[in-house]
Ligand binder design. Structure first.
Ligand SMILES: C[S@@+](CC[C@H](N)C(=O)[O-])C[C@H]1O[C@@H](n2cnc3c(N)ncnc32)[C@H](O)[C@@H]1O
Length: 269
C-alpha cells in the first residue's frame, strides 16, 4: 500500500498535469484521418531516438510474436499490415510471408514507408481508410490474406473498430488469420503519459508531439476484443499479455514498455 505522502504527491501530480494535457491536446485536429496525415507529414526521423512515439527502432517486439505467427498463420498467404505507419513491421513481416502489404489512412505515412522499403521486392503499400465501406476488398489481390495489426484498434472509436474489423472479414476469407497486438494500459491519460516519462516540468519530445497532434488513445484488451470480434463471428485461437515496445525516450528502460494484449483470430463462416 502506498504511504499517505506518496498518495498526496500522486494526487498533486495529477492536479497539475491535467490542465497541461488539456492545453497540449487542444490543438489536435478533431478529424482523425487529417490528424494522422498531418502527424506523419511532420515526422523527419524514424528509428532509434527518432520522433515516432511507438517506434522502438528494432525488431525485438516482432520477433517475440514469431512463435504465435508461425503457429497460426498460413505462411503461403500474403500478410496485410493494417495501419502500417512508416512500415517498420511490414518490412519485418516480409521475411516470413511471400508478400507483405502495408495499408494506412495517411498519404504521408505510406510515402515514408515506401521510401524506407526501397528495394524490397515483396513489400508494397496502399493508402486506404480501413474503416471505409469495402476497404478490405482487393488489398491482397484475389487471394485470402493474413492480417497483422499493431497499435491501431486502441486509437479508434468503437464504431470505427467495428467497421475496420468488418473489413477484415473480406480480407482473410476462409484461409487467412488475424494477429493483433494493442496497447492495453490500465489507467487514465495522466497515468499513461506519466508512465511514458512525462513530468510536470518535462515531456519527452515524441510523446509531446503525439499529445499535441493526435487523438488521445484508449486501450484494447480482452473485453474490447470480445466486443468487437465476438465469438459467434470470430474464433479466438490464442491470446494473452504482451509488451508493446516504444521509443526509448528516457534513461528508465521500463518507461518505454507498455502493457499490451495480443490475440490470434479466425473468421467464422
Ligand atoms: C499508433 S500508429 C501504429 C503504426 C504501426 N502499426 C506501428 O506499430 O508502427 C497507428 C497507425 O494507424 C493509422 N491509422 C489510423 N486510423 C486508420 C484508418 N482508419 N485506416 C488505416 N490506418 C489508420 C495511422 O495513420 C497510424 O499510422
Amino acid at each position: 500500500m502506498s504511504s499517505p505522502v506518496a498518495a498526496v504527491r500522486s494526487a498533486l501530480r495529477k492536479y497539475l498535469m491535467v490542465p497541461k494535457l488539456i492545453r497540449l491536446s487542444r490543438s489536435a485536429p478533431k478529424d482523425r484521418p487529417l490528424a494522422w496525415d498531418r502527424y506523419w507529414a511532420g515526422i523527419a526521423a524514424t528509428g532509434p531516438r527518432g520522433e515516432v512515439l511507438w517506434d522502438s527502432g528494432n525488431d525485438h517486439e516482432l520477433l517475440g510474436y514469431l512463435d504465435a505467427l508461425q503457429r497460426h498463420l498460413d505462411p503461403g498467404l500474403p500478410v496485410v499490415d493494417i495501419g502500417c505507419g512508416h512500415g517498420s513491421f511490414t518490412r519485418g513481416l516480409a521475411a516470413f510471408f511471400p508478400q507483405a502489404i502495408g495499408v494506412d489512412v495517411s498519404d504521408h505515412a505510406v510515402a515514408r514507408a515506401r521510401r524506407e522499403s526501397a528495394g524490397m521486392e515483396n513489400v508494397s503499400y496502399v493508402v486506404r481508410d480501413m474503416t471505409a465501406p469495402g476497404a478490405g476488398h482487393g488489398l491482397a489481390g484475389p487471394t485470402d490474406a493474413n492480417v497483422f495489426i499493431r497499435g491501431v484498434l486502441h486509437v479508434l472509436e468503437p464504431a470505427d473498430q467495428a467497421a475496420l474489423v468488418g473489413n477484415l472479414r473480406d480480407l482473410v476469407g476462409t484461409r487467412g488469420t488475424v494477429f493483433l497486438a494493442e496497447t492495453n494500459f490500465q489507467g487514465d491519460p495522466v497515468d499513461y503519459v506519466t508512465h511514458l516519462g512525462a513530468t510536470i516540468r518535462d515531456i519527452p519530445a515524441p510523446l509531446e508531439r503525439a499529445i499535441r497532434e493526435l487523438p488521445m488513445p484508449g486501450h484494447f484488451g480482452p473485453s474490447e476484443c470480445g466486443r468487437v470480434m465476438p465469438p459467434e463471428a470470430w474464433e479466438l485461437l490464442e491470446d494473452g499479455p504482451v509488451t508493446i515496445e516504444t521509443n526509448r525516450m528516457t534513461d528508465v528502460a521500463g518507461e518505454s514498455l507498455i502493457p499490451g494484449y495480443f490475440a490470434v483470430l479466425r473468421a467464422r463462416h
